[in-house]
Design a protein. Structure first.
Length: 75
């Protein structure tokens, strides 16, 4: 839970600005915007797949379906 206490002679606008900044830092505003509308299950999967760290394979290792090792083919 985010709490903001008044600092000395701080105005309400300054406190509100600090509160908004703390919410942004916690990711609260991003989460609220995300759940504000319906997201299809396929879009959820796509978003989660994009956020996962990718595992890069060395160039020479398996998994390539084309004939050459690395580089571009000139067709």
């Amino acid at each position: 839970m985010i709490k903001v206490k008044s600092r000395g002679n701080e105005t309400a606008e300054q406190m509100l600005r600090r509160f908004k900044k703390m919410c942004e830092k916690e990711g609260l505003t991003k989460d609220i915007k995300r759940i504000a509308y319906y997201e299809k299950p396929s879009e959820k999967r796509r978003r989660r797949a994009r956020s996962k760290p990718r595992v890069f394979m060395p160039m020479g290792s398996g998994g390539s379906s084309h004939g050459g090792v690395g580089g571009n083919s000139s067709r």
